[in-house]
Design a protein around this ligand. Structure first.
Ligand code: NPW
Ligand code: ADP
Ligand code: K
Length: 508
């Protein structure tokens, strides 16, 4: 399978230049972009009689002028608005504006009150945005956002950085963004998700073979891709052939976290699940999840080399569980005390595939334990910032760069969580999980993810595949749960039945 990919603006510029040469006319792509935009208007707002098109000085503005010309020719009332210092700065934009004016098109100044219209078109800036919006441009965007009419953004909502998804002080809040040529990576992660509205791609008649570029792209993972990894089980499989996952966590006061990870692991198909937790959590865990094999540590067993009672995991108890395991999850509710630290040290020395989450990441970030080989790290933005010794604002400003930097520094596969989860391999290859919803912003949701990835590792998937497939399965399950009852009030436990359902996608 060759997966769909998301593009950077460097790749798009390379593709555009090649296409312009092939067409023999640099204006042809802009003509097609304007036409695609007009088709989108007719499809999504067929009853809009009046359009206000806000044009910038570059080729994004040019697309707007072409659209305005077509809309006028079709009998719509059209006004184009632009700021005094947004006279066209490219040949194509100049030509598009001239054609609009020659056809009798009306221009209004963008520094006053905006005229009312049934539809606003944002053609201020696209992939050429070079800095935060300030002064009159920022004020114009604020006035656009204050109007109640729907907004169509051409290529990129102005103010959003197409490559990173970061948003400065202000950006256009679109109802629909029509991306030209190909889908852009940055519009599907982080802050951008609140500004794009729906995302549609207009390929401008380019063929898939035209979309090659020398630039690195980002693998684009969506729900149907699950079937690639989640094949039907072999008919003669037994519990041992589906992996044995060891889940470690749940220090005093945090028993629920490891419970969620263990249940998610069973629902994602792990054949057997062992749990190492505090003694106090054994009974509640077994009550909820009798399928788990639970090993409780009492207070005397904080150090794995101490002589704890034989029911716990001090000394040889943990070693024997490790030797039986196919993969390990450590971190949910682990804490940073002696109990957690000792267990993390033992796990990191095991060489088994391991998911490191929550406090396991914090201990690694603090240098208490070195990151092991064979690891999947699952940081949220706070943990990512600690792993890179920087701030949350910095990691969120370019989530792709942050994921790559963690993967490179710790030589691990990284699942950088949040709206538009990103997976990076140590070599820098990136994937974006295009699923999930804000209902997932609730405590315990990450614990479910670590159990799912652990289960896929236990079933034999390589690190990167388990990370990508696990993050996708988790988000798709959350989307089904949200569709079932809404986002607000969604609980991590609500995902369990959906994990099972989607983990069998490939089998149907
Ligand atoms: N090329 C092609 O073949 C095709 C391109 N297409 C379209 O072109 C778009 C890319 O066009 P583009 O490269 O001209 O950049 P664009 O996004 O219009 O902005 C650049 C202008 O904005 C200015 N500027 C930037 N930031 C600013 C700020 N914060 N505040 C104020 N000003 C700011 C910047 O000024 P400067 O930074 O140079 O001072 C420059 O003048 C692309 O997204 C797609 O819509 C389609 O037609 C398909 C074919
Ligand atoms: N707005 C959102 N959109 C999509 N996914 C989200 C959103 N907010 C959170 N998530 C997902 O929910 C999970 C939250 O994990 P985390 O913050 O570690 O929770 P916890 O530590 O409480 O278990 C992650 O998988 C993250 O990607
Ligand atoms: K735009």
């Amino acid at each position: 399978m060759s997966p769909a990919v998301l593009h950077t603006s460097a790749a798009l510029r390379e593709i555009e230049q090649r296409a312009a040469l092939r067409f023999g006319d640099p204006f042809e792509l802009m003509r097609r972009a304007g036409r695609a935009a007009w088709q989108a208007v007719m499809q999504h707002w067929p009853h809009a009689q009046s359009l206000l098109v806000i044009c910038g000085p570059g080729n994004n503005g040019g697309d707007g002028y072409v659209l305005a010309t077509l809309a006028r020719a079709s009998g719509r009332r059209v006004q184009v608005c632009c700021l005094p210092d947004h006279e066209p700065r490219t040949d194509e934009c100049r030509r598009a504006r001239q054609e609009y004016v020659d056809a009798g098109g009306e221009l209004v100044a963008g520094d006053g009150a905006l005229p009312a219209a049934d539809l606003l078109v944002d053609a201020l800036f696209g992939i050429g945005l070079t800095r935060e919006l300030q002064g009159p441009v920022a004020a114009l965007v604020e006035r656009i956002n204050a109007l109640s009419a729907p907004v169509l953004a051409l290529d990129v909502p102005s103010g959003v950085v197409a490559d990173t998804g970061s948003v400065g002080s202000v950006a256009v809040m679109a109802d629909l963004t029509l991306e030209f040529i190909a889908a852009k990576a940055g519009l599907r992660t982080g802050g951008a998700r609140d500004f794009t509205g729906g995302l549609h791609v207009a390929d401008l008649g380019l063929e898939p073979t035209d979309l090659r570029s020398a630039q690195a792209d980002v693998a684009w993972l969506r729900a149907p891709d699950l079937a690639h990894w989640l094949r039907p089980r072999r008919r003669d499989s037994h519990k041992g052939s589906n992996g044995r996952l060891l889940c470690i966590g749940g220090d005093h006061g945090h028993g629920g976290a490891i419970m969620l990870a263990a249940e998610a692991a069973l629902r994602a198909g792990s054949g057997l699940v062992d749990v190492v937790t505090r003694e106090a959590h054994v009974a509640p865990l077994l009550t909820r999840l009798p399928e788990a094999m639970v090993h409780g540590d009492s207070d005397g067993e904080d150090n794995s080399n101490s002589n704890g009672d034989s029911g716990g995991t001090a000394s040889s108890g943990l070693d024997s569980l490790i030797s039986d395991a196919s993969a390990i999850v450590i971190g949910p509710g682990l804490g940073q005390g002696a109990w957690g630290r000792e267990r993390l040290r033992a796990i990191c020395a095991s060489g088994l595939p391991v998911v490191l989450d929550a406090d396991a990441l914090n201990l690694i970030a603090a240098g208490v334990v070195a990151a092991p080989a064979n690891a999947v790290l699952t940081p949220h933005p706070g943990e990512a910032a600690r792993l890179l010794q920087t701030g949350i604002t910095e990691v969120q400003r370019d989530r792709f760069a942050a994921a790559r930097a963690i993967a490179s520094r710790y030589q691990a596969v990284v699942v950088f969580k949040g709206a538009g989860t990103i997976v990076s391999e140590p070599c820098g290859n990136l994937s974006l999980i295009d699923a999930g919803n804000p209902g997932m912003a609730v405590g315990g949701m990450g614990d479910v993810l670590s159990g799912v990835i652990g289960a896929l590792l236990a079933q034999g998937l390589p690190l990167r595949d388990a990370a990508v497939c696990g993050a996708l399965l988790h988000s798709v399950a959350a989307d089904s749960a949200a569709a079932d009852g809404g986002e607000r009030g969604l609980l991590p436990s609500d995902l369990m039945c959906w994990l099972r359902c989607h983990a069998n996608r490939g089998a149907r």
